[in-house]
Write a protein that binds this ligand. Structure first.
Ligand code: ATR
Length: 274
């Protein structure tokens, strides 16, 4: 067998995925023999299509919409993080067996650690807007970092209560309409909703009660500077764009397949934003 390493991303649709740009950059940067492709897999023949990838010798693949939950049934092993988050976004294939992971929590936390090294996760509360898959991964990551209180708010309150099951002592659910009334002790605000994305309505959020030392992180990256981040800058808060989580979550997947923990460099950021 050759040492050529084949990886990719499965999803449907998949044309929009930025992952090939990211992984191809690292394959080239580290002088590896390998490829990373977009693989369009519709839901109807899912099991058979995954077997084909195994037969074709893939070392693994990323998993995106709509397969992040359905892939779990086909995994022979799922790690603790992916189990808690309830979704697999990275698969490694070893001896025809599928090992499932979720790198979103790592990506979110690593981005903050590298961008704001002085940020102390244990010093105050976090406010998470939204309660979808990304929010669950982020809340899981924040809990692991020892954040003492996480306020979760979502338009559909029932989904916030689902997330609360991760730790019902440290997670507090607040109604969507009351999200601005709970900012006094908040050191980190994270938007995980699709509000602010290109083609969606902006997130209208009054930051006047937010402490000035708080970080505001939008995980939306198209556009890079959302309405929320513009307002946060005007309020004097430090801001983080969504591109960081995207790049850092890819690092952990790359490491699993290629055996090197890659770095996020400026050339990569430029390519992904082009
Ligand atoms: P992801 O996997 O990226 O988290 P998702 O699971 O589709 O995506 O979640 C989208 C999030 O954006 C949800 O929290 C959703 O709120 P609902 O649970 O009420 O649907 C939120 N969202 C989408 N459109 C919204 C809107 N117009 N106002 C408020 N929240 C919105």
């Amino acid at each position: 067998m050759s040492s050529f390493i084949k990886a990719g991303v499965i999803g449907h649709p998949i044309a929009h995925s930025k992952s090939p740009i990211i992984h191809s950059h690292w394959i080239e940067k580290y002088g590896l023999k390998g490829s990373y492709e977009k693989i369009d897999i519709p839901p109807n023949n899912f099991k058979k299509d995954i077997s084909t990838l195994i037969d074709q010798g893939y070392v693994g693949f990323n998993v995106t919409v709509p397969h992040k939950q359905t892939i779990m049934a086909l995994c022979d092993y799922i790690d603790e993080t992916a189990t808690a988050i309830g979704a697999v976004n990275t698969v490694k294939i070893i001896d025809n067996k599928l090992y499932g992971y979720n790198t979103d929590a790592y990506g979110f936390i690593q981005n903050i650690k590298q961008s704001v090294p002085e940020f102390n996760f244990t010093s105050g509360a976090a406010l998470v807007l939204g309660a979808g898959g990304a929010a669950r991964a982020i809340v899981y990551g924040l809990l692991k970092q020892g954040v003492p209180e996480i306020i979760v708010t979502n338009r559909t309150i029932e989904k916030s209560f689902d997330i609360m099951s991760l730790d019902n002592k440290r997670i507090r659910v607040v109604e969507w309409d009351l999200k601005e009334a709970n900012l006094k002790n908040v050191h980190l605000v994270v938007n995980t909703t699709s509000l602010g994305m290109k083609g969606q309505s902006p997130l209208i959020f009054n930051l006047s009660d937010l402490p000035k030392q708080a970080i505001v992180n939008d995980i939306v990256y198209a556009p890079l500077k959302t309405n929320l981040l513009t307002n946060a800058e005007l309020s004097g808060n430090l801001t983080l764009t969504g591109i960081g989580m995207l790049l850092h979550q890819a690092r952990q997947a790359f490491e699993k397949w290629f055996g090197i923990m890659p770095e996020v460099d400026d050339a990569l950021i430029e390519k992904v934003l082009a």
